[in-house]
Design a protein around this ligand. Structure first.
Ligand SMILES: *Cc1c(COP(=O)(O)O)cnc(C)c1O
Length: 404
């Protein structure tokens, strides 16, 4: 059960006003708000144990290192990774994907094929296009239907012994679709391809089990699950992480440096060059603990109820069309009202204290598919309320009247 009042009290920002109105924050797919425990974790680090990690023999450095490494263990348990060194701490989803996409440069040759889906965030498209430019590999795209579901028969037809890699998101940030990733992974493995799952949008709502999924790489950002910006995770199977070359050179990622030859550190440090976002990494651990205390089953159940309520309510507005009506979806509602520009709706309801995203949501191919410039996107979290859905509804009715 979600104790909504108790949960809301954990988030200082939810008590604030915007444009003179109580904040109604419905832009959770862009970034989540942070509970006090996460904010405290950052303040505590800088106030009590600030020092560089993995280097000093001094006490503070050891404390900071322990706190930072504890996050790795928490993430290992959270994702059910087999080894703690299969968890690489990164700067976020984008960084994690670039580590893998750059690493595959030496593993692909001209004519190899790699597969993406229509409903990806730009950060799971562009790094792979750059990989194709470097290697001569060919990018293939899994199409989708108007509900925003991937066409799995078409996926079957794209797979062949030329396929080396498949990368799709677990949940679409623009449509909310939950993709059938287990099936996608199993089918890719049958032709010997590796799979990367972009979990940036799934991790705020569910707890993935990387061993049960048998996924090769799984990536996410801390800031979408109650943690700070500038921190993320790359889970990779040990074999794959050993096969990939390091992404960045620098301190921390070496075994020995001479001007003749440098040898690289073992996992996970091979991929962790330079001083990381230490405070952020530690706070990521606090965020994972916080969400697990609430419980992902509780979060998913509550958000589903909120999504169903909001969907029914918004559809009462004449001319409102929802993009993304997959059977299996999470708490994202992308919509337009008649031919009103999404930006105009966003601006008016912002005056009423409501934060939504408008535009292409870093997923222009989806907008091209629907032949629209963008949508208004309301995305819900476990700290949103049914009353906030009502406030959104009233504001949209008002905006529609003003704009049509
Ligand atoms: C937010 C998001 C990203 C990018 O995450 P960053 O934290 O900006 O690196 C990638 N994919 C999806 C599905 C997202 O929602």
């Amino acid at each position: 059960m979600i104790d909504i009042q108790k949960i809301r009290a954990d988030f200082p920002i939810l008590k604030t006003t915007v444009n003179g109105k109580p904040l109604v924050y419905l832009d959770n797919a862009a970034t989540s708000q942070k509970p006090q425990v996460v904010i405290d974790s950052i303040v505590n680090y800088y106030s009590t144990i600030n020092s560089n990690i993995h280097r000093g023999v001094h006490t503070l450095s050891q404390k900071a290192t322990d706190a930072y490494e504890e996050t790795r263990i928490k993430l290992q348990h959270h994702f059910n990774a087999n080894k703690n060194y299969e968890i690489i701490l990164t700067a976020g989803t984008t960084h994690s994907i670039n580590i893998v996409a750059t690493g595959f440069t030496s593993l692909l040759k001209k004519g190899d094929e790699i597969i993406v889906s229509t409903m990806e965030h730009h950060s799971n498209i562009v790094p792979w296009q750059m990989l194709c430019e470097r290697t001569g590999a060919i990018l293939k795209v899994i199409p989708m239907n108007f509900e925003g579901e991937l066409l799995m028969d078409a996926y079957d037809n794209l797979l062949s012994n030329k396929t080396k890699l498949v990368f799709v998101n677990h949940v679409s940030n623009a449509l909310g679709t939950i993709n059938p990733i287990k099936e996608i992974i199993d089918k890719a493995h049958q032709v010997g391809a590796a799979v990367l799952i972009d979990g940036a949008q799934s991790c705020p709502h569910l707890k993935p089990d990387v061993q049960a999924l048998d996924v090769d790489f799984y990536v996410a950002s801390a800031h979408k699950l109650c943690g700070p910006t500038g921190v993320g995770v790359l889970y990779g199977k040990e074999d794959w992480l050993n096969k990939l070359p390091p992404y960045q050179g620098g301190g921390e990622m070496i075994k020995q440096v001479t001007f003749e030859k440098t040898t690289y550190a073992d996992l996970p440090y091979k991929f962790e060059a330079g001083t990381p976002n230490i405070a952020g990494g530690i706070a990521f651990g606090a965020a994972i603990d916080y969400m697990n205390e609430i419980g992902f089953d509780n979060i998913a159940k509550y958000e589903d109820e909120l999504l169903n309520y909001a969907t029914k309510k918004l559809l009462q507005i004449e001319g409102l069309k929802i993009y993304g009506t997959a059977k299996n979806k999470t708490s994202v509602i992308s919509f337009n009202i008649g031919d009103i520009h999404p930006f105009d709706i966003g601006s008016i309801i912002d005056k009423l204290g409501i934060a939504v995203r408008t535009g292409h949501h870093c997923a222009q191919p989806i907008m091209a598919f629907y032949n629209i410039p963008g949508t208004v996107r309301a995305s819900f979290s476990f700290y949103n309320t049914f009353e906030e859905v009502d406030i959104l509804y009233d504001a949209l009715v008002r905006a529609k009247t003003m704009l049509s």
